[in-house]
Design a protein around this ligand. Structure first.
Ligand code: ZN
Ligand code: ZN
Length: 251
C-alpha cells in the first residue's frame, strides 16, 4: 500500500490510501478546486477515487465532500452521527465504529474516538499483514484506541498543540479549554506518550499531522520527540497544511 496527504491542519484535511485496485480518500476537507489541484499534485484524478471515508463533520474534514460526491458519484462512508450532522450527501453509506470496509485489497477499520463531533471515528488501514494508522482529531486515547492502533507499521498521528504556546496564545479561554479537553486535540506531549504506549519505533514511518499553525511549531515537536527518538527525529515526516505529503510506500 502507499499513502499520501492533500494537506493537514485546521484549514483542511484529506489523506489518500492506495493499493493496486483501489484508492480511498479519507476526509475531503478542501474546497472542490483545491481538492482537484491537490489530487493532481499527487498524480490522481477524481475518477481514481474508489470511495471517501469521513472521520467527522468538522469543516476541515468535509468542505469538499458534497460537490465531489455529487459530481463523481463517489460513495461516502460515514457514521450515522456524522451523516445527521452533515445532511445532503446523496451517495452516503452508513457505517458503525468497529466496522471493516473492504476496497480491493484494502481493509479499512473504523475506530471510535473522543472528539467534539457527533460520532467521530478514525481509521486503521490494512493490506495483507501491513497496517497504517490514521489518528487525528482526538482529545485523548482510551484503551480501545490503544488496542486498535497497537502494532501499526506506519502512523499518521496528530500533534496539534504545544501546552505552553496554547496557554500563552491569544485564543479565548473557552477555545483553549476545548482544544486541550478530552474531546479536543492531542498535545505534543500526549502524542509522544501515545507513541510510547504503542511501542512505535519506526521513525521513518511516522508522519506528524494536524499541527496547529497558531499554537505549535515543527521545531517544538522535534525537540520534544528527540527525547524519545534521538537524532533520528529528523527522519520523521510532517504533513503540511499547504504541501500535504507526497506518497510513502508501506511494503
Ligand atoms: Zn480537524
Ligand atoms: Zn475535528
Amino acid at each position: 500500500m502507499r499513502y499520501a496527504s492533500l494537506g493537514s491542519g485546521s484549514k483542511g484535511n484529506a489523506t489518500l490510501v492506495e493499493s493496486e485496485k483501489s484508492c480511498v480518500m479519507i476526509d475531503c476537507g478542501f474546497n472542490h478546486k483545491q481538492t482537484l489541484l491537490r489530487l493532481e499534485r499527487l498524480g490522481k484524478g477524481p475518477e481514481d477515487i474508489t470511495a471517501i471515508c469521513l472521520t467527522h463533520e468538522h469543516g476541515d474534514h468535509i468542505a469538499g465532500v458534497r460537490l465531489f460526491s455529487k459530481r463523481y458519484g463517489t460513495p461516502v462512508y460515514m457514521t450515522s452521527g456524522t451523516a445527521n450532522a452533515l445532511e445532503d450527501v446523496q451517495t452516503q453509506v452508513l457505517i458503525q465504529a468497529g466496522d471493516s470496509l473492504h476496497f480491493g485489497e484494502l481493509e479499512i477499520i473504523s475506530v471510535a474516538v473522543s472528539h467534539d463531533a457527533a460520532e467521530p471515528c478514525q481509521y486503521v488501514i490494512k493490506e495483507g499483514s501491513k497496517r497504517l494508522g490514521l489518528l487525528t482529531d482526538i482529545g485523548y486515547a482510551c484503551d480501545a484506541v490503544l488496542d486498535a492502533y497497537q502494532g501499526c507499521d506506519a502512523l499518521i498521528l496528530e500533534a496539534n498543540y504545544d501546552d505552553e504556546q496554547l496557554e500563552n496564545g491569544y485564543y479565548p479561554e473557552s477555545v483553549k479549554a476545548r482544544i486541550a479537553g478530552e474531546r479536543g486535540h492531542l498535545s505534543n506531549e500526549q502524542s509522544l506518550a501515545l507513541i510510547k504506549a504503542l511501542e512505535f519505533e519506526n521513525v521513518h514511518a511516522l508522519s506528524i499531522a494536524h499541527v496547529s499553525e497558531k499554537n505549535n511549531h515543527q521545531e517544538t515537536i522535534k525537540s520534544l520527540f528527540r527525547q524519545h527518538f534521538g537524532s533520528q527525529v529528523e527522519q520523521m515526516d510532517f504533513v503540511c497544511q499547504q504541501e500535504g505529503m507526497i506518497w510513502r510506500t508501506l511494503t
